[in-house]
Write a protein that binds this ligand. Structure first.
Ligand SMILES: C[S@@+](CC[C@H](N)C(=O)[O-])C[C@H]1O[C@@H](n2cnc3c(N)ncnc32)[C@H](O)[C@@H]1O
Length: 199
């Protein structure tokens, strides 16, 4: 998934500063830093431990100079108004107690015409959608079946909200109330992708 998102960013020729909110172990910023030279990638996470792990992962990959990790909250970041080219997040939204505050903070820091791509799991994805997602991400590789189920399917079934929550529930309502006047909510197999545009 991280490889795919990094490729999408590269294909869209996005440059400048990319901020990953709720970066966890930093897998997405690391993948972006591997694929793209002309960007500054920063990952923030509310958890000090996660930031420590992310830094360790970047070091292992020899990418310490290309990617920065720091403690930071989705609700109140250190970044200036209109300073970020692209905000991304994976698996963050279902953690947010106050999604409206996080969306509005994202709006504040994005440059004019900047976008945020926020991915999360769909708890109600069908078995077929999950299998399709796994296939499209090339996850079946050479794993034996029991490992394939544990590594490939299990994580998707327990992450995120049901699709309705993103569209018309807690998250959908926060999106409508937010400063973003342009956004799309797309189903991508087992995932939801919310694209927010600052226009
Ligand atoms: C499910 S993990 C996803 C990690 C990573 N993005 C990934 O996909 O591997 C969610 C992460 O969001 C972080 N998080 C939760 N609430 C946050 C907030 N308000 N601000 C920043 N990070 C937050 C958690 O500490 C956790 O590392």
């Amino acid at each position: 998934m991280f490889k795919r998102i990094a490729k999408d960013i590269k294909d869209k020729k996005i440059s400048g500063i990319i901020l990953d909110i709720g970066t966890g172990p930093g897998r997405l910023p690391i993948e972006i830093a591997k694929q793209m030279a002309n960007v500054e990638v920063i990952g923030i996470d509310i958890s000090k431990d996660m930031v420590r792990i992310a830094k360790r992962n970047a070091k292992k990959e020899g990418l310490m100079d290309k990617v920065k990790f720091e403690v930071g909250s989705a609700y109140n970041t250190r970044f200036e108004d209109c300073s970020i080219d692209l905000v991304i997040s994976t698996g963050l939204i279902h953690h947010l107690k106050d999604p409206l505050k996080a969306f509005n903070e994202t709006y504040r820091i994005l440059k004019h015409e900047g976008e945020a791509w926020m991915y999360d799991g769909r708890k109600d994805a069908t078995k077929m959608e999950i299998e399709e997602t796994i296939r499209s991400l090339g996850m079946e590789e050479d794993l034996p079946l029991p490992l394939w189920i544990i590594k490939g399917i299990w994580p998707y079934m327990h992450v995120g909200y049901k699709t309705d929550v993103y569209i018309s529930g807690k998250i959908g309502r926060a999106l409508k109330e937010s400063l973003f006047k342009s956004y799309d909510i797309e189903k991508e197999g087992a995932y939801i992708k919310i694209i927010l545009r600052k226009i």
